[in-house]
Design a binder for this molecule. Structure first.
Ligand SMILES: [Zn+2]
Length: 123
């Protein structure tokens, strides 16, 4: 029975931790590498339906504020104090933010395959 929240069919198997179903068809699966690329503002293409998806832009923008704060804060502290522990802290926080970016929700994008029949007739 498909999950009402994400639409994935858990009766066929549990999703891996950083895997997500396609937001269009819920059949295609995106592994951790495509999700990592999507968190770098790249678009994904589903292998099942061919439609496009991306990381949801609003949580992704918030995450990039944390990336910026990480680099500015720890980078500035490193420049001021000359303590390499600040550089180490910056890279550790960066890795934590990268792991969080793998959990970003995917958003469905419109594409040529996704337009409604009325819009297709207008063109
Ligand atoms: Zn799909």
């Amino acid at each position: 029975m498909p999950c009402p929240l994400v639409g994935a069919d858990y009766s066929t198997g549990v999703l891996p931790m950083f895997s997500s179903p396609c937001p269009h068809c819920f059949l295609g699966r995106y592994g951790w590498w495509p999700k990592y690329r999507a968190a770098k503002w790249l678009t994904l293409s589903c292998s099942e339906c061919g439609r496009r998806a991306c990381s949801h832009p609003l949580p992704l923008a918030l995450l990039y504020i944390f990336y910026l704060a990480d680099v500015v804060n720890f980078g500035y502290l490193y420049v001021l104090q000359k303590d390499p522990l600040y550089l180490l802290a910056m890279f550790l926080v960066w890795i934590v933010l990268d792991v969080i970016s793998l959990r970003m929700p995917l958003a469905a994008m419109r594409s040529a395959n996704n337009i409604s029949k009325e819009e297709r007739d207008k063109q």
